[in-house]
Ligand binder design. Sequence first.
Ligand SMILES: [Zn+2]
Length: 266
Amino acid sequence: MNVKLTWIMVLLFAVVSSSPAQTKKAIICLTYDDGLETQLSTVIPQLNAAGLKATFFLNSIQGSSGSSVIGQTPEAVIGWTNAATNGHELANHTLFHACPEKLGWEKSVAIETYSIDKLVTEIKTENTLLALLDPGRKQRSFAYPCNNFLIGGVDYSSIIQEQGLVKYGRAGGDSSSIVTTFKQVNTMKVPSWHVWTGTTLKQLINFAENVQKAAGMGVYQFHGVGGQVFAISKETHQAFLDYLKANQDKYWVTTFSAAMDFITKK
Ligand SMILES: [Zn+2]
């Protein structure tokens, strides 16, 4: 091994080992749901430029069924493969994203029509898709479609963990949903702030500051950026990444699985 390579490895180790919250840093997880196109076109380039890693909960692979040019791999497949190669976490959000009918889902495909077995099959299938995009990752995190963990009144969260399909689960919540007691956290229902349409930079920073005051862990649940559902603007997202980057002494920004591995070992 040449000297240059050895130095690169030493530096890499220093970066990795200085990251955890051993220094009383607050843990911040940026998570993005539904595999939206604006995540590929806007979020990932912004994250990569800032050198920050995030978690993407994918259901199916949007836009993967075909390319507009025959014989070319669909852009979404290339985009998510590259995201994984760049250190982002690809995680499971089921295959068809079934939600309760009362949230506006078509009756024939709503979660009310599901059995646990059907949902388990979807989660297994999504794991297979994720393994094709991201073969390096051996365990998956999970996020409940529409933050709902009930099928016919049965809580399926522990079932999918016991079957070994997923290791950690992200649940819903609001801007007060901060994990403060690491020992007591339900690893299959880690709360997150479902960031609403038009959320401002000030509100995003305020949540991070509250996480820091609590010496806790805060999980952002984003969707669209600069368009699509529950969207915040591109500028707000960029400015928030700039803020996190400028305050790396206060925040450890990491993937959901890395944060959970850390707090469960603690
Ligand atoms: Zn979703």
